[in-house]
Design a protein around this ligand. Structure first.
Ligand code: SF4
Length: 688
């Protein structure tokens, strides 16, 4: 970058990859990035950043970057002006609403977009279109966290800050691979272990963190609830519970105790494959710690019974009185995408308004109606899987997909493509001509996270500022500007013409954000929510006096273990788990076009050596993977990171086609897909 860093323009912003929320100083010269420096005073990263935040910005200058709107004419997407593109969409919206009603329109908002953009998009759908058909990709990852944590404690976020977790003397890390997926958090967890904290890892794979664990539990995919009930059984039978806390601050113990009777360590061993002695050892580590903390990821949520899993995990913290007391650090989800927490906080959900007021609640709806000056629909809208189903059935006329490559990332990809092709007007707002954009009728070029103004919310509920270090290329616009312009094309006025005004308006709609503003964030730095008062700090650690449930109590869940949607059988004898790898991010549309892609250039299927031997395949051989839903061809990597009978693959490479394999099974409460359990079989390709 040359020697004189002080001569470069410096912009403080927040990383746009994972949900850790590292503060970064972006150094630019002549409209190009010269370097990215992790901010030493970053509240979460403290001078650290991972390979994605520091080096994955080459995509900005990719020649494949979209720079002008495209409109489908026949089989081709052709460049058009913004005016023509927006008029085409506005005409399509008006026609759909007139002929089939507002609920024939749906939008998928983006965890990559800022809070202010998500706020504006959901407002457009509710006020201009008149529907609650708005959802975001938390549906596909942490919607069970929102449902489970709300049911247990009252709010849809983690119970503590990561600073609290760092004071824990026992870490229970479940279904998360932070060293790869959240590297800065992974490093902080490891430091904690080096400083003496005990570590229990629960994950079917031998992830990096597990090599440092006192106990590594490797449950069969889909058996989490049985495992967590097994741990709770030991807490109860060995009297490692906080009776005072349970008496005064929790509800549901008799019902849970009756269920836990059935989850002896021996029975749990049979259900999960985890040795009974390990169940007991892990429970004793967690149960005897003075300050235990739970950190978890998508290995808990992406299941047929993901919400039950979150609640069964929360049971452990409640039984120990390790939440809302300072005697432990609760239950904390590692959110995957940079702003997946914020997209939900802003009300990009079919049943919830900004700040989590229910659309069916006249009080919450009335508050938004007063601020927005419009009558709002009072029935829940469609969730993402329901949108696709409605499109396939001919009930959806317009589908607006913002910053999501649903063909690559959503399950049962062949059915997603069917839905896009069946919908008369599909709009894709994207950086690149993604797999989803290829199926769209209108493609709108957008600004990236390094070209935007606004805020993100990270995994421990901190609002942080996002600032533009660069201007978008060509005619690309921010999502905020696009939504505004579309409202004008529809003859509407959304008000709040800047991101700062949008957050200020959101603070009037949602009491939990009432104290939040750009001006305050610029002055004070990161601020956690709930933040109901502009004169007081946000609440980093929750539930000191009471839980946010209606009765003020934490609620134990007595739901029993139920099996996953698919199990290995004679036809499909292996179980495929999907997840992330360290150098890439989700669909890979940004990281695959950045220099770091050379570190991890292609996808492979992780296969246990014993399973590879049965098929007589070696590293690099290509195998045909078949499920009940589709097939994919992948090169083999033999590794004992997976157990015999299990496979692992990421979804970063569209060419792998891995989501053609995954099923439409989804969490019974929230519709979060069961990415972690797909029954498959392998065949050697004849041409291998
Ligand atoms: Fe930090 Fe996550 Fe960005 Fe890496 S990807 S720099 S851990 S926010």
């Amino acid at each position: 970058i040359g020697t004189d860093e002080a001569a470069l323009a410096r912009t403080r912003t927040t990383c746009g990859y994972c949900g850790v929320g590292c503060a970064l100083d972006v150094l630019t010269r002549d409209g190009r990035i010269a370097a990215v420096r992790p901010a030493k005073d970053g509240p979460v990263n403290r001078g650290h950043a991972c390979v994605k935040g520091r080096f994955s910005h080459g995509f900005l200058r990719s020649p494949e970057r979209l720079t002008e709107p495209l409109l489908r004419r026949g089989s081709d997407l052709e460049p058009v002006s913004w005016g023509e593109a927006l008029d085409h969409i506005a005409h399509g919206l008006r026609a759909a609403i007139a002929e089939a009603g507002p609920d024939s329109v749906a939008a998928i908002s983006s965890a990559r977009a800022t809070n202010e953009e998500n706020y504006l998009i959901q407002k457009f759908m509710r006020v201009v279109v008149g529907t609650n058909n708005i959802d975001n990709c938390s549906r596909l990852c942490h919607s069970p966290s929102a449902a489970g944590l709300t049911a247990a404690f009252g709010l849809a976020g983690g119970t503590d800050t990561f600073d609290d977790v760092e004071r824990a003397d026992c870490l229970l890390v479940v279904g998360a691979n932070p060293i790869e997926a959240h590297p800065v958090v992974g490093a902080r967890l490891l430091q904690q272990v080096l400083h003496g904290a005990r570590l229990v890892v629960a994950d079917p794979r031998a992830i990096g963190l597990a090599t440092h664990a006192d106990v590594h539990l490797r449950p069969r995919p889909g058996t989490n609830v049985a495992l967590f009930h097994g741990l709770a059984h030991v807490l109860l039978t060995e009297d490692m519970i906080d009776k005072e806390f349970l008496r005064h601050r929790a509800a549901g113990l008799p019902e849970l105790a009756a269920v836990l009777d059935h989850y002896t360590p021996d029975r749990v061993a049979g259900l999960t494959g985890v040795p009974a002695s390990d169940v007991v050892a892990a429970a004793r580590l967690y149960g005897r710690a003075e300050r235990p903390a739970i950190v978890y990821g998508l290995g808990v949520t992406e299941h047929l019974h993901g919400t039950d899993g979150v609640r069964a995990l929360a049971n452990l913290a409640i039984l120990r009185g390790a939440v809302g007391t300072g005697r432990g650090f609760g239950v904390n989800p590692l959110r995957g995408q940079n702003n997946v927490q914020g997209a939900s906080d802003m009300g990009a959900l079919p049943d919830l308004l900004p700040g989590y007021g229910k659309v069916r609640d006249p009080v919450a709806r009335g508050r938004a109606e007063q601020v927005w000056g419009a009558r709002l629909p009072d029935h829940d809208g469609l969730r993402i899987p329901q949108m696709f189903a409605a499109a396939r059935e001919g009930d959806l006329r317009v589908l607006w997909v913002i910053g999501e490559d649903v063909v690559t990332t959503d399950p049962d990809a062949n059915r997603v493509i069917e839905a896009l092709d069946a919908c008369p007007l599909v709009i894709s707002q994207e950086l690149f001509l993604s797999e989803t954009a290829r199926h769209a009728d209108v493609v709108l070029p957008v600004a990236s996270w390094l070209e935007k103004d606004g805020t993100f919310v990270n995994f421990d509920r901190r609002f942080q500022r996002v600032r533009p270090a660069l201007t978008p290329p060509g005619q690309a616009r921010t999502d905020f500007a696009i939504v505004h312009a579309l409202a004008v094309a529809c003859g509407a006025d959304l008000g709040c013409s800047t991101p700062a005004e949008a957050l200020a308006e959101c603070a009037r709609v949602a009491p939990v954000f009432a104290g939040m503003s750009h001006e305050r964030l610029d002055r004070e730095g990161a601020i956690p929510w709930p933040c109901p008062d502009p004169g007081r700090p946000g609440l980093a650690t929750l539930y000191h006096d009471r839980f946010a449930t209606a009765d003020g109590l934490a609620h134990l869940s007595a739901r029993p273990y139920l099996p996953p949607g698919e199990i290995a059988d004679d036809d499909y004898p292996l179980i495929l788990i999907t997840g992330r790898r360290w150098a890439h991010y989700n669909s890979g549309n940004m990281t695959r076009r950045s220099g770091v892609a050379e570190l991890d250039p292609s996808e492979r299927l992780d296969v246990h050596p014993a399973d590879a031997a049965v098929l007589a395949v070696r590293d690099g051989d290509r195998v045909l993977v078949e499920s009940r839903h589709g097939q994919a061809t992948l090169p083999v990597r033999t590794t004992e990171e997976v157990t015999q009978g299990q496979l692992f693959c990421s979804f970063h490479f569209p060419s792998s086609g891995v989501n053609a394999l995954t099923s439409s099974h989804a969490d019974t409460v929230t519709s979060c897909p069961e990415y972690k359990v797909t029954a498959v079989r392998l065949r050697v390709r004849p041409d291998a």
